[in-house]
Write a protein that binds this ligand. Sequence first.
Ligand code: ATP
Length: 271
Amino acid sequence: NRTNSKDQANQLKVTYDMIGGLNSQLKEIREIIELPLKQPELFKSYGIPPPRGVLLYGPPGTGKTMIARAVANEVGAYVSVINGPEIISKFYGETEARLRQIFAEATLRHPSIIFIDELDALCPKREGAQNEVEKRVVASLLTLMDGIGSEGSEGQVLVLGATNRPHALDAALRRPGRFDKEIEIGVPNAQDRLDILQKLLRRVPHLLTESELLHLANSAHGYVGADLKALCNEAETFCILQCRLQKMTANSSHHCVCPFLLHPEVSAVKT
Ligand code: ATP
């Protein structure tokens, strides 16, 4: 399903400084996406066609959706979010009609970003497509992307796609003029993991020292951002439960000191 307003995207309030370990990718994304959306006339004056589509690819949980939300927040653009598997409808022509409607609305309300998560579910290779619906949807998306800018909104509508399986996409989608920029959002290394942990814990009161964090980052080989987030959540929950237990067994003014992660301030959390 799609969220249909900029307000909804802003509510999520993801900003670039919350994203860890992806500095070079973020720099590239900002250059490719922000400039044309903010200054389309620059591209026009040089006769350069602004990008219509950018593809973020990489394993699950590495931050692709987060990036899309941050970009949308940052540029203040109208955002439509499409989830590949969810928009597919069995009813004849319904998926294409919904796509047309989303593109039409995005054009009307430019500058706008159409974010398509799990793009591979929506646009698999046509030769291997399971049914006619898939083939029609791919053709429809190609036509819609080719039509971007035809109503004077050149450079003001951008499709941001995310996938774990770039090779499963229909090849025509990856041709110039469609998703012509591809950016890999890969598995973080130890340094990136440290950066992600620092960002995840920025608003969490904790007692971990720099060297303890470094040790944690070094020993979490193979963890992606979503795994590190889950780890922090689990530690936080553990601490809150510990504090609650201590509060129940001590008098109410007792300050909880969780040995694991969180600062005594956590005792202020309503339990
Ligand atoms: P999928 O391919 O499964 O859709 P994804 O790459 O889109 O995954 P996200 O949904 O962006 O991954 O990440 C899930 C959560 O993991 C985020 O909401 C965030 O809390 C955390 N996370 C992931 N990557 C990062 C990162 N680089 N920095 C900080 N937090 C991250």
